[in-house]
Design a binder for this molecule. Structure first.
Ligand code: FAD
Length: 260
């Protein structure tokens, strides 16, 4: 709390909260509309696991070193300083199941998740999905059904946190794939070093490029620019028009009074 959160470095991933052995870290919104851990009493002072798994703790292992341990030994793996480790690199879009039309970009994230499930490489998909709660419009969730994965396509420019899914993975056997922003996945890799179940059960991670995190207030702000000031039920940050280039996307929202 002192080193990371109070200095404004916390990204709100929830890895610390998911792993805390004393269960004293609870994720909630701070006054800026960002997720932070909040601490109750009972912290095991000498434990420090929260710091060891924090992607923004200055003394945590860095991405290059984590990647070397995870991927460096794979036969045929290549490395460039711009990209890190890779086997092959593609530019692609999905041309099946309306992934591209319904996706944020080319629908490849949804295609990869679906393929891992249907080819029996994983048992559960962990992704971000719309949530029926005006105070938490999106959340991380687990699915075993392709329809739910498709329903979760597109980008949520909204805070989400992983504490509950980390606990679920620890408590339930299975092979999981988790989609996330790079700093979240860094936290997860650090957590895997500390927790054998996470190491064994998280079979794949799917990273999204990230230019920036948004606070919860960002959505309220752009909805108000569109003339909607009441509680929101649904938002789409990446609406696509068939007549326009995919990069020219629009914002859509629906409030509780059915104003759009
Ligand atoms: C906060 C944020 C910032 C981004 N910034 C950039 C950028 O600057 N430049 C760039 O090129 N791309 C950026 N992206 C990625 C881009 O918006 C698309 O998500 C990506 O190109 C994948 O598109 P797709 O059509 O393959 O994904 P889709 O097939 O639409 O699937 C997207 C998947 O991502 C999951 N997801 C959505 N939101 C989140 C989230 N917040 N955290 C974890 N998982 C999520 C969904 O559940 C879904 O499974 C950003 C994404 C996010 C969420």
């Amino acid at each position: 709390m002192e080193a990371v959160v109070q200095n404004g470095f916390c990204i709100g991933c929830g890895v610390c909260s998911g792993l805390c052995p004393a269960k004293v870290l609870k994720m909630d919104f701070n006054k800026y509309g960002e997720y932070n851990p909040f601490r109750s009493s009972g912290c095991l002072d000498k434990c420090k696991l929260c710091l060891q798994v924090c992607p923004f703790y200055s003394q945590a292992e860095d991405e290059d070193s984590l990647a070397r341990t995870t991927f460096g030994h794979i036969a045929g793996i290549k490395h460039r300083k711009e990209t890190g480790y890779y086997i092959k690199s593609y530019v692609a879009y999905s041309n099946v199941n309306n992934h591209r039309t319904n996706g944020a970009s080319g629908g490849m994230a949804t295609w990869i998740l679906e393929t891992l499930l249907t080819k029996n490489k994983v048992d559960q998909i962990v992704c971000v999905t719309p949530n029926n709660d005006a105070e938490r419009l999106f959340r991380f969730a687990m699915f075993t059904d392709v329809e739910f994965i498709r329903h979760s396509a597109k980008s949520a420019y909204y805070p989400v946190e992983m504490s509950s899914v980390i606990k679920e993975v620890i408590n339930h056997e299975g092979r999981y794939v988790i989609v996330g922003l790079p700093c979240f996945l860094k936290g997860l890799r650090l957590a895997q070093k500390k927790n054998k179940r996470l190491r064994e059960r998280i079979a794949f991670t799917v990273g999204l490029v990230c230019g920036q995190m948004k606070s919860k207030h960002y959505t309220t702000y752009i909805a108000s620019l569109a003339g909607i000031n009441s509680k929101l039920k649904k938002v789409d940050y990446r609406g696509k028009s068939p007549q326009k280039p995919a990069g020219n996307f629009f914002f859509y929202c629906l409030d509780e009074n059915k104003n759009e």
